[in-house]
Structure formats: C-alpha cells, structure tokens
Design a protein around this ligand. Structure first.
Ligand SMILES: C[S@@+](CC[C@H](N)C(=O)[O-])C[C@H]1O[C@@H](n2cnc3c(N)ncnc32)[C@H](O)[C@@H]1O
Length: 279
C-alpha cells in the first residue's frame, strides 16, 4: 500500500501533538543511560516519527529509517535536512544537528512483510514505528513479536488506529459510514488480512504472552476548524474506502462527504500508543 509524502506531511503536526507524552517520556528514560542509542523505525515513510521523537531522547542518537517506498525515503532525507539546524550528507544518509541533539540517520529499503525483523544481527536499542501496525495482519504480528522477543528488544509505537471515531455536527449516515470504513480497514494492506482497529490490542496481548511488560495509552486526533485541510482529506479517504465496500449508496456517501467537507466540522479519530519492555 502506498502513501503520499503530502498526506504524511499534512498529518505530521497533528500526529506529533496527539501522541501520549507519558509513554514518550518512559521510552526516553529507558534509553537515558545509553551513549548513542540506535533506534530502528519501521515503516518510517518521510521521517515524521524521528522528528516527533528525537528531541525527547539522548544528546547523541542513531536512527535507521526502514521502509519499502524509495520515494518516501528520499522525501525523508529532504524533510530532515530542512528540519535540522545543520545537516551533512553521509554515505548511509545524513548527520543532523537539531536543538542540541546530534542525530545520525541511515535509510534502509526493506519489505517488512517479507522480513518483519530487518535489524538482523545488529540489534537496535529500541524498535519504533508510527501509524503502521493497523495495516498488518494478526499472523504478521505473531511473526514480528516472536522476532522482537527472541532478540529481547523494547518497542515504542504510536498512532495505531483504534475503533473510535466521532464526527460533529452529527450526520444521519455517520454510523453506516464508520462501520463500512472499519470493514474496509480489515482488508488486505500488504501483510495479509489487516487486523485494523484490533491490531494494537492483539499486539499488546501477544507481547504479554511472551513475557513483556506493556503500557497502552490513547493518542486520538482531535481535529477542529484549524485542521480543516486534514479533515477534508480524511473525509475524502473515508468516502473512497467506503465506496470500495459497495455497501453504502453513492448518494448517501455524497451527502455525508459534503457535510464533512463543510467548514465547522470537527472529529475525534481514535489511536493508541504502546510501549513494551522485555522481562
Ligand atoms: C501510514 S504510513 C506512516 C509513515 C510514517 N511512519 C509516519 O508516521 O508518517 C505507513 C508507512 O508504512 C510503509 N509500508 C507499508 N507497507 C510496507 C512494507 N510491506 N514494508 C515496508 N514499509 C511498508 C509505507 O510505505 C508508509 O511509509
């Protein structure tokens, strides 16, 4: 499944303000005594997770950004160079200075469906991801968690869609549209049938069964008038997903979409963050 750099850019400030700060602080505390922790970001896209996490972590850090989309990895290097106070290209990627942090970045092209544990023998200090695990299947989660546990690695993941969505003002098709959207979310997204909004709970339980200590926290998008551009794109995406299910008449979709694209629409879209430490 492919994602546009523009869409990831649009959601980035909302993603950053929505993530749970307590779990981020706990992840940072876990790494605090490392000299230069290595953080492995799965499905890194255009690098938003690094930009949302790095300023809370150690003075020196090394990041590996793993994704199968070469255009997004290229955009990640461009966006990170612009974001940093100073940026220098290296053979593997970039060396950045940002607000007193020194961050070495490497990009890696990898298909996570084929290889859910692409770190191999070079074990990172933390595996992380943002907005990824609602795409994967339960079978993939089993493979991933087993590999994580074998290497005794901690995991910090943010912004995984859960089952809540509330739109206001209300529209008569809200329940129908939400149910159809969630059905579409459960379809194949490149990792087998997607666990969608059940993925994060399933992953937490799987990690617990492997001896991990886990903490879940909400990270909902709370979108209001200032986020209108994102609301419009979100509504368009929902309408397209619902069309795919062929379960809602086109005139109902059109009426709902017109209401959702109108000024004054607000919505809360549920997400969860998960922090998991090996025993
Ligand atoms: C919703 S985007 C999130 C991107 C980024 N983490 C962020 O927060 O902006 C999901 C990312 O997963 C990547 N992805 C999807 N399937 C993949 C696969 N099989 N292997 C590697 N990356 C994949 C996509 O290319 C995309 O960058």
């Amino acid at each position: 499944m492919s994602f546009s750099a523009e869409w990831l850019r649009l959601r980035e400030p909302v993603d950053h303000r929505s993530r749970d700060k307590t779990l981020l602080e706990k992840a940072a505390a876990y790494l605090a005594n490392k000299d230069e922790p290595v953080i492995y970001d799965l499905g890194a896209g255009a690098g938003s997770n690094l930009r949302g996490t790095a300023l809370s972590l150690n003075t020196r850090q090394r990041w590996v950004l793993a994704d199968y989309d070469p255009e997004l990895l290229g955009a990640a290097l461009d966006f990170l160079s612009t974001w940093a106070d100073k940026s220098r290209p290296t053979a593997a990627g970039l060396e950045l200075e940002k607000s007193g942090k020194l961050i070495r970045v490497e990009v890696k092209r990898v298909d996570l469906n084929e290889n859910p544990a692409p770190w191999g023998e070079t074990k990172p200090d933390l595996v992380t991801s943002a907005a990824l695990f609602d795409l994967v299947s339960e079978h993939w989660i089993d493979r991933f968690c087993t590999a994580l546990a074998k290497d005794k690695l901690p995991l910090y993941t943010t912004l995984v869609h859960d089952e809540t969505a509330e739109w206001s003002p209300s529209h008569s098709a809200d329940a129908q549209m939400t149910a159809a959207f969630e059905r579409d979310f459960g379809k194949e997204k490149g990792f087998g049938p997607s666990a969608g909004n059940k993925a994060i709970g399933y992953m937490a339980r799987k990690l617990q069964s492997l001896g991990y200590e886990t903490a879940l926290a909400g990270s909902p998008w709370q979108l209001e008038e200032n986020d209108h551009a994102l609301i419009e794109q979100l509504a368009d995406g929902w309408a397209n997903a619902v069309r795919e299910t062929k379960s809602v008449p086109e005139e109902v979709i059109q009426s709902w979409l017109a209401a959702r694209r109108a000024r004054g629409t607000a919505c809360v879209v549920g997400h969860k963050d998960l922090l998991a430490f090996p025993a």
